[in-house]
Design a protein around this ligand. Structure first.
Ligand code: FAD
Length: 493
């Protein structure tokens, strides 16, 4: 905090006053010219953690609605893009290139947010300091006045022997690109192997999770292998087997009875073996044991059985609801000044559904919550009342590849081509930048005309790349470690 004759003016700027008023007061007090004091003044510091749907929408809204003099906005993110997660299965199946769904954070000169390349590993909510591990593994402290926590979620795992060592997740662009290479390499290895048992094992694939992520992944990848096998004349196409399993009694129950059945029929017709009320008992490097006793020889286990809030949330030591941070309907954390959370990481009450309901972890909510939380941060900054978040679900779209899809926009049940038009139209319009829209559309057209290609890039070959390697879940500090670290840093200053 500044001292001397500027202290009073600085305190004014941290409240609700606009920059023009600030300049007038400063000039009357004989302050140096604007350019000079702009470098010395302390503005309120807004720190946003996570550049997903929620974080990026929040930052863009803050940039638009606040003047540069009103607040400093900083974003912590390990990557320089926003991943458009719902299209990950299409990257895994090669329909889209990874770059086409990586929305640049530096696309426009108007973007003035300072970006710290790294991940938050803990937050001292009392001291108002976020501890960050940068991409060069340095630990830095970032003080804030307002913090918006939007670190999303990680793959939910269970205590199943071998799971984290042998399964792939589908939560990051790197995982999607890796899975594609891995699946194609299974065809290459099977083709080259003289051993019938190895061939059979390499050509079996298991996807766990019958929600939209798992169902789309199984559907899109099965299409890829079905098309690819025609280029391997030595391989018997009948050896290719895809399993989709889920502990629930139905696929995608959120779609409703009729559409869920329709999706089930489409997948079964394509040869995907669906096993419901089934999970896995253990996973090994070359086989998976199902809970119904079957042992499936395979080198590919894709685990998409739900998500859980980022481990950053547990590192806060605050109240949670099923792992998500318990916030009020205006997305503020009760008991802590200037702390907001949203998206997959937070249990935001779903006022549209009534008492006790929380918003599901979907992009649809995360984007809208991002814009809404920005308005609430601005309201707090200006001493105005915050508004509760409400949104009525617009429905669900599920792209099963090619002309196959099921969707329920605004409660209207669609399947086949109309559903596919709605699914792709929805995702296309939700892509935030024109360059991403162009890339995605071009990829779709190219794929429709030229079909799939089966190139294995080999970028990650020979590197361990299973669930435990991709999601960095061991990087976080405990609340005690965060407090001790912040106190020690302050004492050393
Ligand atoms: C395969 C798949 C398909 C999906 N399909 C749909 C769909 O069709 N419709 C739909 O509505 N939803 C869909 N979803 C869900 C949707 O993608 C999520 O609900 C949405 O991405 C949540 O947004 P978010 O901003 O909370 O988190 P995310 O979008 O996950 O963003 C979080 C960001 O924070 C970053 N981050 C993580 N930890 C830290 C940290 N410690 N410090 C700094 N940054 C951090 C991450 O790198 C990430 O960029 C799908 C999800 C998946 C995985």
């Amino acid at each position: 905090m500044r001292s001397g004759p500027w202290a009073g003016i600085v305190v004014l700027s941290r409240g609700t006053r606009r920059a023009s008023a600030f300049r007038r007061i400063a000039a009357a007090a004989g302050a140096p010219p604007a350019a000079e004091w702009e470098n010395t003044v302390t503005r309120p510091r807004i720190l946003v953690v996570g550049a997903g749907f929620a974080g990026v929408e929040c930052v863009r809204r803050l940039e638009r609605r606040l003047t540069p003099d009103e607040a400093d906005v900083t974003l912590v993110t390990p990557f320089s893009y926003q991943p458009y997660m719902p299209l990950l299965p299409q990257v895994a199946s090669g329909v889209l290139t990874p770059q086409s769904i990586a929305l640049s954070l530096r696309r426009s000169r108007k973007y003035r947010t300072r970006i710290i390349p790294g991940g938050a590993v803990g937050v001292d909510l009392k001291a108002k300091v976020c501890v960050i591990r940068t991409i060069t593994d340095e630990i830095v402290n970032e003080p804030y006045d307002y913090i918006v926590l939007a670190p999303g979620s990680v793959t939910r795992t269970f205590d199943i022997p071998g799971l984290v060592d042998h399964a792939f997740g589908l939560k990051t662009l790197a995982e999607a690109a890796y899975i594609r290479d891995h699946v194609i390499s299974q065809l290459d290895l099977a083709d080259a192997s003289p051993d019938p048992a190895e061939r059979a094992a390499r050509l079996q694939f298991v996807v766990v999770g019958g929600g939209y992520a798992g169902t789309e992944t199984a559907a899109c990848l099965q299409r890829l292998t079905h098309a690819a096998v025609k280029r391997y004349p030595r391989l018997d196409p009948h050896l290719i087997r895809w399993h989709l399993i889920d502990i629930a009694p139905k696929l995608m129950p959120e779609l409703g009875e009729k559409l869920g059945r329709s999706a089930h029929e489409i997948l079964t017709r394509r040869g995907i073996e669906i096993s419901l009320k089934t999970s896995i008992e253990k996973a090994g490097p070359d086989e998976v044991t199902f809970t119904d006793g079957r042992v499936v020889p395979t080198h590919t286990l894709i685990w998409t059985a739900g998500v859980v809030a980022s481990p950053l949330i547990a590192a806060l030591g605050a109240e949670t609801v099923k792992g998500r941070l318990a916030v009020t309907a205006d997305m503020a954390l009760p008991g802590y000044d200037g702390v907001f959370a949203l998206g997959d990481a937070a249990a935001v009450p779903d006022l549209g559904k009534g008492e006790g309901a929380v918003c599901p972890p979907t992009a649809q909510h995360a984007m809208r919550q991002g814009r809404h939380v920005a308005e609430n941060v601005i309201a707090t900054l200006r001493g105005e009342p915050k508004r509760p978040y409400t949104h009525k679900d617009l429905g669900l779209v599920v792209d099963l590849g090619g002309k196959d899809a099921v969707s329920r926009p605004l409660g209207i049940e669609l399947h086949g081509l109309p559903a596919q038009v709605v699914a792709r139209g929805y995702h296309w319009s939700a892509l935030r930048t024109n360059v991403a829209k162009t890339r995605v559309m071009t990829n779709w057209l190219l794929n429709a005309v030229a079909g799939d290609d089966f190139v294995r890039t080999g970028f990650q070959a020979r590197k361990p790349a299973k669930l435990r390697d991709f999601e960095y879940t061991n990087e976080y500090m405990t609340p005690e470690e965060v407090r001790a670290h912040v106190a020690a840093s302050r004492a050393a200053q």
